[in-house]
Design a protein around this ligand. Sequence first.
Ligand code: M6R
Length: 613
Amino acid sequence: MCGIIAYTGARPAGPILLDGLRHLEYRGYDSSGIALALEGPELYVERVTGKIAGLVRRVEGRLPEATAGVGHTRWATHGEPSERNAHPLTDPERRVAIVHNGIVENHEELRASLGDGACFSSDTDTEVLAHLVARELAQGADALEAVRLALGRTSGAFSLVAMPRDEPGRLIAARVGHAGGVVVGHGEGEHLLASDLGALLPHTRRVAFLEPGELADVRPEGVRYVDAGGAELTKAVEEQSVGAVALVKGRHRHFLAKELHEQPDAVLDVLRGRYLSDPPRVELAGIPFDEEGARALRRVVLVGMGTSLLACSVGRHYIERFARLPAEVDNASEFRYRRPVLDPQTLVISVSQSGETADTLAAMEEARAAGCPQITVCNTPGAQATRVADGTVYLRAGPEISVASTKCLTTSIAALHAIALHLGRLTGQLEPELEAQQVRAALHLPAAVGEALELEAQVAGIAERYARYQNFLFLGRGLSYPMAMEGALKLKELSYIHAEGYPAGEMKHGPIALVDESVPTVAIALRDEVFEKMRSNIEQLRARRGPVIAIVSAGDRSLDGHVEECIELPAVDPLLSPVVSVVPMQLLAYHIALERGADVDQPRNLAKTVTVE
Ligand code: M6R
């Protein structure tokens, strides 16, 4: 969760950058730095490990006069937190300084392609970007063109700001894929760039948001926008209203839409510093036992409520697959009254966005009384659940305001994936090749979630056609079963349509009696080991004239013509598919709710945090 701030104008840049970094510090604080563009031309770069206060102390009284610069606060993904890995990073000749947020997925390949002559001073993926841009500059490319050409060689989802040494006052910003946004602040004779709208607000309320594939060429006197092909763009500069709520919502109509669209960043943030690429492995803090403790465990029980409970159902697959421990999922409100059999060899994992849900806390108390070791997966620093559990894995998803949970589901699944991999290594049950493969696959998730969000226009069209139906079924098998349940929960909660989620195999044992032309089914039919079974279930629905909306794997056209609607997911590792397959169902519920005029952020009868039983 890195923070980016940049300024170009007539005022001294240094203090503006330091203030901006203080505002962004919540995004990460293992190291930070600033670069200023000096007449000369020359780049002044200062970087420190630790919090922003350390950077302020380092530069105090020594900041050179400069009216343009970039700043960064870091949460390490590639390379340990250290001064050499802190941003801004430059090429060896210091032609350009770069600050970056996100992951360059093919950085190793790019490093190799730069040849033996390329001398790297950090372990980061970011430095590769500085080398690529500098090479283009050295060959005479204009700064905007240099960044554009360099980005053409990269894959991943990230944003950056590049500051070329030879043109003090000029900044180039870019957004690649969906993770890591960039907001451009338009002022009078000055412009700012930031990863967060909030960091710009002390300076201007007139902003433009870069979309994936867009670049901004920023100078004090104006901003030029181009797309990835270099074609000129006209972008609307929006005036942000002063109301606090409107400010937080940014350009979205609802918190739900904002949070749904924050998922690529949120997933990136939950992986950050935990999924390491070189060598690929998971390093997780918050696990309250070592190898010996893990090997003493006999079973795992996962508890939660609502959407968090459904994340637990996915987590159970991960625990069984990676740690080879028997795992059960329990609805927290049932667990405590059943007199469950618990002992100190039972690990209890609770999942709660708020960390204050009464039923989940009560289940945790039950486990504590029985001496079970406990881990909680939680989004709220200092919440009650984090005080009861022996260890906490934070979601780092930022506030989730909408009552319907979205980003806390996808990040909870990613957190449980990390816990299971970590546990598997401790128990000695996880094959190192599988860990490496899963880590690499997880690092692709932010980009895949971003691509899934691009399905929004298609899904909105489906929502328009299906918004007046009164009953829906959602079916899935294996890892897709809990997501079918989640699809049904989101639709019920947001649009007040009756919806049922089932394991598809159960359909013939009762629910199929409901099916006729008035009951559509959302069927998650991914190319996994149960695909053929799902295909048969779809045929059975079709034989009873039930309309089918199928969610299928990337490139799978085999259901075209057999179903009413086909939503094709981006490519994703089968074990991580729930994080991506749920996105179109979230979008469907949101758009159907809009069609029906429902209150999407505060559905009737519900509360965000349920603190009563
Ligand atoms: O804060 P928690 O994660 O413990 O909340 C659990 C449920 O109340 C919550 O997930 C609820 O089901 C959501 N509104 C679903 O969107």
